[in-house]
Design a protein around this ligand. Structure first.
Ligand code: NDP
Ligand code: MG
Length: 388
């Protein structure tokens, strides 16, 4: 009989957060939730808190504190608000594992604090590793903390690497659906609206990552994430377009053998793998049949249509704060695009502008990342204002 594992879920109201709760619901003997964290959706948060009988909840946006407090006033659940409270629950002794499903830079410090206090991490917030992968992984190694990827590609690679020796790895091959604009010609990209870019062909996800999937910023981020998670040189991380999203990624070994991990495009599988490892869920959400997919295709990405991919490799080669700058500028530009305040091509434009104008720190600390993030956001705002 395994001891009950106490979870803190950061971002419980989001796409990954809600699916994480589905997995927890199926394993009441295995997990107990200590804390839930959301940003604005306080009603959903209150309902989740009641259902799972948590000890505490945090609402990131402090303007919803009073409403949340009122909604839970007949319970003993502790109600907190703001970033300091998020940091507090990330490092609280009341949990064993932190599931980080926050979106964006906001995930970095909570991950770092959870590692510092020796917690196991189930990581959906890839921005943590994009921004600070070298520091975060070094800290995790020092603390003996496991970082379990939730991102489907990295979960696939991890599964392919089970039982293998490091020196046998030749290449990691990350698959990419191609996103919502896969079939849009390059000359039509200037007219792409948020509604068009949000129509992802395979995956249903939060708005920011869906736009990142359309620009391939997401795939660039996944290359950076893989570089740190698996400690492998960028040259040995390849990206292939695979429109069916059935092969979630592959590993090529030195003897010419290639392992792939396949399954439905359903995040419940990598979430449950991260939570239950080394066990597997006894029952799938939805069973997979290879006969439903008689044709699986693969192609090289169009690097001119998707400049973000090469920009991500460029950031890896520059190291230091470069990827943090890319991430910060992207966050601002995606929010602006989603608000119909800039065009689709301005997203990569803002990233390029920020990278070309930002200051650069070769060996940053976490505090340096805060500065680089702020500067990147400011530069992206300036670029987008000039374009208007
Ligand atoms: P969503 O936008 O659906 O959810 C984000 C969650 O974080 C919500 O609970 C939101 O709260 C909360 N949140 C947002 N901003 C802040 C903030 N500033 N401070 C605290 N909390 C905040 O995102 P996803 O679930 O799609 O993605 C989460 C992470 O997982 C991202 O890093 C993404 O790249 C990664 N990922 C997602 C996949 C997916 O299938 N969705 C697949 C692979 C990776 P509220 O809603 O209450 O405002
Ligand atoms: Mg992914």
């Amino acid at each position: 009989m395994m001891a009950i594992e106490r979870l803190t879920i950061l971002g419980s109201t989001g796409s990954i957060g809600v699916q994480t709760l589905d997995i927890v619901r199926r394993h009441p003997e295995r997990f107990k939730i200590s804390s839930l964290v959301a940003h604005s959706r306080w009603r959903e948060l209150a309902a989740q808190a009641r259902e799972f009988g948590v000890e505490s909840v945090v609402i990131g946006d402090e303007s919803h504190y009073a409403e949340l407090k009122e909604a839970l006033k007949d319970t003993t659940i502790e109600v907190m608000a703001g970033n300091e409270a998020i940091n507090h629950v990330a490092r609280s002794y009341r949990s064993d594992t932190v599931v980080n499903a926050l979106v964006g830079y906001a995930g970095l410090h909570p991950t770092a604090l959870a590692i510092e206090s020796g917690k196991r991490i189930a990581l959906a917030n890839k921005e943590t590793l994009v921004v600070g992968g070298d520091i975060i992984m070094a800290e995790a190694r020092r603390k003996g903390v496991d970082i379990m990827p939730i991102d489907s590609e990295h979960s696939a690679i991890m599964q392919c690497l089970e039982g293998e020796q490091r020196r046998s790895i030749r290449n990691l091959i990350i698959t990419c659906s191609g996103g919502a604009l896969r079939d849009t010609a390059r000359e039509n990209l200037a007219n792409v609206t948020p509604e068009m870019a949000l129509r992802h062909p395979q995956w249903s996800m939060g708005a920011k990552i869906t736009i990142d999937s359309a620009t391939l910023v997401n795939k660039g981020f996944e290359v950076i994430e893989a570089r740190w998670l698996f400690d492998i040189e960028p040259e040995r991380i390849k990206v292939v377009i695979h429109p069916q999203s059935i092969v979630h990624s592959m590993v090529e070994f030195t003897d010419g053998s290639v392992k792939a991990q396949l399954g439905n495009a359903d995040m419940h599988t990598p979430i449950s793998y991260a939570l239950l490892y080394p066990e597997r869920a006894a029952e799938a959400m939805e069973h997979f049949s290879i006969l439903d997919y008689p044709t699986l295709t693969f192609a090289a990405p169009d690097r001119e249509k998707y400049p973000a991919l090469d920009i991500a490799y460029e950031c890896l080669h520059r190291g230091g704060t470069a990827a943090c700058t890319m991430n910060g500028a992207n966050e601002v530009a995606v929010a602006s695009f989603l608000g119909h305040k800039c065009g689709y091509l301005d997203i990569v434009g803002a990233i390029r502008y920020a990278l070309d104008n930002a200051s650069f720190t070769k060996h940053p600390t976490l505090a340096d990342y805060d500065l680089a993030n702020r500067e990147a956001r400011m530069l992206a705002e300036r670029y987008l204002t000039q374009k208007r």
